[in-house]
Design a protein around this ligand. Structure first.
Ligand SMILES: Nc1ncnc2c1ncn2[C@@H]1O[C@H](COP(=O)(O)OP(=O)(O)O)[C@@H](O)[C@H]1O
Ligand SMILES: O=C(O)C1=C[C@@H](OP(=O)(O)O)[C@@H](O)[C@H](O)C1
Ligand SMILES: [Mg+2]
Length: 175
């Protein structure tokens, strides 16, 4: 195996990074990290509270630092937060230290999955669907820059994506 020792999931809020990442890690017998959960564990407060107290910039600094540390580990699966790729150094770090998978899901579906969830501060706006559409337009190129593989995941259940990634990963890096 080459330097793709870690597996990272990127994509918008609701794309299934946390869900798919956790299942994938279990199937591979690997340790799973979620950058958001790590930030929450370190600060002792929820993501919306960090946004309230330190603003989005403060959260982004913590996110970049946390991901920098986690990418030093070996053999992990990590789900990143949807905005992690806004940081150019983070994009490069992810791309160079692991196999990066972009879960691309249409904004309308992301909206359905996230509309009752109060834990994503960027979506607590009057028109969250419009917000997701804007974020998709602005971030899609950044996810593609970071990623080695894009999965058009809109029509797939999480277990189906996991199955597909297990096949691709063993085809690319284990044979
Ligand atoms: N492939 C999928 N099909 C249907 N629902 C999904 C899928 N992946 C995730 N979900 C659901 O969508 C919501 C957001 O998933 P999550 O893993 O937290 O996304 P992310 O970490 O990318 O924001 C959760 O309620 C989860 O159960
Ligand atoms: O897209 C974003 O900017 C964010 C996504 C969230 O993670 P998920 O993508 O896991 O929802 C979380 O990091 C924070 O609310 C900001
Ligand atoms: Mg998540």
């Amino acid at each position: 195996m080459d330097n793709r020792r870690n597996i990272y999931l990127v994509g918008l809020m609701g794309a299934g990074k946390t869900t798919v990442g956790r299942q994938l890690a279990r199937r591979l017998g690997r340790v799973f990290f979620d950058s958001d959960h790590e930030i929450v564990a370190r600060t002792g407060v929820a993501v919306p509270t960090i946004f309230e107290i330190e603003g989005e910039d403060g959260f982004r600094r913590r996110e970049a630092q946390t991901i920098a540390e986690l990418t030093e580990l070996d053999g992990i699966v990590m789900a990143t937060g949807g905005g992690a790729v806004l940081n150019a150094e983070t994009r490069k770090r992810l791309h160079e230290s692991g196999w990066v998978v972009y879960l691309n899901v249409p904004p309308a579906l992301l909206f359905e999955r996230t509309k009752h969830d109060k834990n994503r501060p960027l979506l607590q706006v009057e028109n969250p669907l419009a917000r997701l559409e804007e974020l998709h337009a602005s971030r899609d190129p950044l996810y593609r820059e970071a990623a080695h593989l894009t999965v058009e995941g809109g029509h797939l259940v999480a277990a189906g994506i996991v199955q597909y990634l297990l096949r691709e990963y063993s085809r690319l890096y284990k044979s």
